[in-house]
Design a protein around this ligand. Structure first.
Ligand code: 0PR
Length: 375
């Protein structure tokens, strides 16, 4: 560390230079985060010093967190749901399965996840000492119910369904998973980290949330399609008793108990989430999702004209395209500034059509993709 402090001007100009090395979102088709809404940024700055790890000191922010959970619960089929704002989908998934493990009191607990599950579940396995069993997918990349059923045994603590899978944007058959979980008296967690702020606004209706009886908990992230600031994840439980296994005594804080995984945690991103949710309302989010879906359909229609097909008809604003010589095509696209991603199995080009993508950028991407197939 430098002995003498630098001037603000010098520090800021150093930061400016370094910040310019970061990628602007304009040509990013691989991310599930996006530019936060301006009102979220304003609210974030207003609450920048707030720490919900000791919310006795920040009762206003705590009120906002409770309101956000009620708003999110309303979007997810139960305004009476309880929970808290986490650092993101990973923390929410860890905490949901920690609750499930502790409630089930199994000696050698296992959980069953679709093989399309996000890698946060591999962290769950390691951190919580749970065996994570991966169920096969069907031809549309939804979890295969027969495979899930065959993996259930006396030590199964939870089943996980995904509503908006990271790679395919697919929604698992949540009604059927709930029936299966119910008939074995097993906890059902839904990972809607991405889909939580998309599915409620799609024209087509899907059963994926607390309106399905038997869904115990949901992950839904404001810092993805919720347009909030990072870090804002959501963990919601149907039943307040699900918070008990997460409860820790905090004798020397202004509060007696804490349920979060982290101690100190951002109140700023909670205020940001409240601000953007109330500012946009359902109509505002619907407009954003409509635009992303329209662009997703346009992308699929136009690439099909030159022989590129999607692995499935997109359910949400995530597309997996069957691209020949994919590694070289991606490299060529990269040299033109585009960030694309892949699906693991089968290997396809994964594209996420986030709100930062403009119609003009999409046109340019489609014509660059056409060129890069020929190069
Ligand atoms: N569950 C699902 C279904 C997800 O898609 C993700 C993240 C998570 C859980 C974990 O969420 P957190 O990353 O908030 O802990 N999916 C993306 C991924 O890891 C997130 C992402 C965001 C990737 C921005 C790239 C990026 O630039 O692939």
């Amino acid at each position: 560390m430098n002995q003498k402090g630098l001037s603000e001007k010098d520090v800021m100009s150093m930061l400016d230079k370094t910040r310019s090395k970061d990628t602007s979102y304009d040509k990013v088709l691989s991310a599930m985060c996006t530019r936060p809404h301006p009102i979220a940024v304003k609210a974030h700055m207003q609450f920048i010093e707030s720490n919900l790890g000791d919310f006795g000191l920040f009762q206003g922010t705590k009120e906002l967190e409770e309101k956000v959970i009620t708003l999110m619960g309303g979007l997810l089929g139960d305004p009476n749901a309880c929970g808290y704002i986490t650092t993101g989908g990973t923390e929410s998934n860890i905490q949901a399965l920690r609750t499930a493990r502790n409630l089930s009191k199994k000696k050698h607990p296992n959980v069953i996840v679709p093989s399309s599950a996000h890698f946060s579940f591999d962290k769950v396995a390691d951190i919580l000492g749970i065996e994570v069993r991966k169920a096969y997918l069907d031809s549309e990349f939804k979890v295969d119910l027969g495979s899930v059923e065959s993996l259930i045994d006396d030590n199964t603590s939870a089943i996980v369904g995904i509503a908006g899978s990271t790679e395919f944007g697919q929604i698992d058959p949540i009604n059927e998973l709930a029936e299966l979980a119910g008939s074995h008296d097993i906890f059902l967690h839904i990972d809607a980290a991405f889909g939580g702020f998309v599915i409620p606004f799609l024209d087509k209706k899907y059963d994926f949330d607390f309106s399905v009886s038997g869904v115990s908990s949901i992950t839904s992230d404001p810092h993805k399609m919720g347009l909030s600031t990072i870090p804002a994840g959501g963990l919601l439980f149907k039943d307040v008793a699900c918070l008990l296994p997460l409860e820790i005594d905090t004798p020397y804080l202004t509060i007696r108990k804490q349920h979060s995984l982290t101690g100190t945690r951002s109140g700023a991103s909670v205020a940001a989430t409240y601000a953007v949710m109330t500012h946009l309302g359902k109509e505002g989010y619907k407009k954003i999702v409509d635009k992303c879906m329209k662009m997703t359909r346009r992308l699929v229609d136009e690439v099909q004209e030159f022989g590129i097909t999607p692995l499935i008809d997109p359910v949400m604003n995530i597309v997996a395209l069957d691209v020949p010589d994919i590694d070289n095509v991606r490299k060529r696209l990269r040299s033109r500034g585009w960030f694309t991603s892949i699906t693991r199995s089968p290997r396809a080009m994964r594209l996420v059509i986030m709100p930062h993508l403009t119609e003009e950028a999409l046109s340019l991407f489609i014509s660059d993709l056409k060129d890069c197939l020929r190069d």
